[in-house]
Ligand binder design. Structure first.
Ligand SMILES: NC(=O)C1=CN([C@@H]2O[C@H](COP(=O)(O)OP(=O)(O)OC[C@H]3O[C@@H](n4cnc5c(N)ncnc54)[C@H](O)[C@@H]3O)[C@@H](O)[C@H]2O)[C@@H](O)CC1
Ligand SMILES: Nc1ncnc2c1ncn2[C@@H]1O[C@H](COP(=O)(O)OP(=O)(O)O)[C@@H](O)[C@H]1O
Ligand SMILES: [K+]
Length: 465
């Protein structure tokens, strides 16, 4: 698990660290990390874009270190009267060239270092900076974060820098897990002891494995957690097959299916215990409800019944629409029963009563608190919020999951991990992580489909075991 801290948290921690470190030491440490990363690219001529603050200071100091290694360095000052004085002196002493915007040798650079703005960034690039960035054809190394991208929300305020590599300091900030920063390198500046509990978390392979339930010598088909799937309709039997497939492939215990697509499900998966209705389904340890289910009165009653069963529930697709249309459905639920809802943006708007907006983390966190449910907001970056305020973020490794029915697969995986007994937010996070890997594996560089994503679940799991 990796932690992510907001600008406010980082700034407070840096203030405490600054108070007990010699003047300028932190910046030089940070800048040295930038210089090392720049040197590793093999660039012979580095152009620094230098803004008014400490972010520009980092770039200037990095330029000084690079110059001492024999690299040609030209600093372009965007705010000449406010450029970091010590950094500027260091660069000049090392033999670096300093020019104004009009003389920027952008086209001659092998590497451009973006020191325009850092943690204090507000809005997009100003016109003079934007005009320079527009001319860049070489790789760009962003200091701390790509300028023009909001540090806390990851919103890209055009025009913005598109970085190939971002070198950040002390800890990851939200921008690094919410936006495209290229490859992200973290330089240790000793901030760790000053940091509070992280604002966001990113799961790693080991966390995903730990959330999964694998059979041991004492297990049988029931003890690993039975997953129930209530999905599909005569119009959408495919959703039932997809969600069930994912549940079958994600766990080795038992999967029950209840609904009107029992024949279709049985035809694909003879091992699934399929019945026509949830009343006849038998006991499960978690339910997936909603994909392709429809929103008519009988579907509403299915959802009401399952919300009252007292087992963890993943509510997706039509299930979310029904919760939005009939808020009284929540009354059927014991508030202690974990519920995970998995909206995409339009479903989010339906159930929240407002658009997601720019701050996807805040929106997801707010809805989770209001509904007392885990909310998984889908997209290229999936945000998972627990009602207690904890948030997991999963940035996709590819966009191949943007294909019809892949959400049904995700809900099946979530149900399986929930049935295995994982904490609901962790289950949702681990499922999103694995779903993304399965999509990337299934695609292998060319378009794929939801069935293939489901079929790649075992390979995705095998790759991390
Ligand atoms: N505080 C510390 O201990 C450390 C800070 N470091 C660096 O310091 C940076 C933060 O420095 P600052 O607090 O000086 O702030 P910045 O360098 O982020 O911002 C500088 C100025 O740019 C202005 N600005 C905001 N948005 C802009 C935009 N879109 N275009 C142009 N200008 C804009 C701001 O109003 C501010 O006055 C970090 O990102 C990091 O690079 C590092 O040296 C590590 C240590
Ligand atoms: N651009 C994207 N990059 C990566 N993953 C994506 C992207 N767009 C959607 N996804 C993922 O694909 C799945 C789509 O789910 P959903 O919108 O419910 O589709 P459907 O209703 O067709 O099943 C979600 O897991 C979502 O996070
Ligand atoms: K920057």
């Amino acid at each position: 698990m990796r932690g992510v801290w907001t600008v406010e948290q980082v700034t407070a921690a840096e203030d405490r660290l600054l108070a007990r470190t010699p003047d300028g030491a932190l910046m030089r440490k940070a800048a040295f990390g930038v210089a090392l990363a720049a040197a590793r690219t093999g660039a012979r001529h580095v152009v620094l874009l230098v803004g008014a603050g400490n972010n520009g200071g980092d770039a200037l100091w990095a330029g000084a270190f690079l110059r001492r290694r024999g690299v040609r360095v030209t600093a372009v000052l965007l705010a000449p009267d406010r450029a970091h004085p010590a950094g500027l002196t260091a660069l000049r002493r090392a033999g670096g060239r300093v020019v104004g915007v009009d003389d920027a040798p952008i086209e001659q650079a092998d590497l451009v270092i973006d020191g325009i703005v850092g943690l204090q960034a507000r809005g997009g690039l100003r016109p003079d900076a934007a005009a320079l960035v527009d001319r860049v054809a070489s790789p760009i190394l962003a200091v701390d974060l790509p300028s023009g991208v909001d540090p806390d929300t990851g919103v890209v305020h055009e025009p913005a820098v598109r970085a190939d590599l971002t070198v950040t300091f002390g800890c990851l900030k939200p921008v690094h897990v919410l936006a495209d920063c290229g490859r992200v390198e973290l330089v240790d500046i000793g901030l760790g002891p000053e940091l509070p509990a992280p604002s966001l978390r990113v799961l790693e392979a080991a966390d995903v494995l730990a959330a999964w339930r694998f059979p041991g010598p004492k297990d049988d088909k029931y003890t690993q957690g039975v997953t129930g799937v209530a999905a599909g309709s005569s119009t959408y039997p495919g959703a039932a097959v997809l969600a069930t497939s994912a549940a079958v492939l994600a766990t080795s215990g038992m999967v029950r299916y209840a609904g009107s697509a029992a024949d279709e499900v049985r035809g694909v998966w003879p091992e699934v215990v399929a019945t026509g209705s949830v009343e006849d389904a038998g006991r499960v340890q978690a339910w997936v409800v909603g994909p392709g289910l429809g929103t008519g009165s009988s579907s509403v009653e299915v959802l009401r019944r399952l919300l009252g069963e007292g087992v963890p529930l993943c509510v997706d697709a039509d299930g979310i629409t029904m919760l939005a249309q009939h808020p009284d459905l929540w009354d059927a639920r014991d508030p202690e029963t974990p519920v995970v809802i998995t909206p995409h943006d339009r479903e989010f708007a339906r159930i929240a009563g407002h658009e997601v907006g720019d701050d996807r983390v805040a929106a997801t966190r707010g809805l989770a608190k209001r509904l007392n449910a885990v909310v998984l907001l889908k997209g290229n970056t999936t945000v998972i919020a627990d009602p207690d305020g904890r948030v997991i973020v999963n940035k996709a490794s590819s966009s191949w999951a943007a294909t019809a029915g892949s959400g049904d697969v995700l809900s099946g995986i979530i149900g399986a991990v929930l049935a295995g007994g994982a904490d609901p937010a962790t289950a949702a996070g681990a499922a999103a992580w694995l779903h993304d890997r399965a999509a990337t594996l299934a695609a292998d560089g060319v378009p794929t489909s939801a069935s293939r994503i489901a079929a790649a679940i075992p390979d995705a799991l095998r790759a991390i075991r």
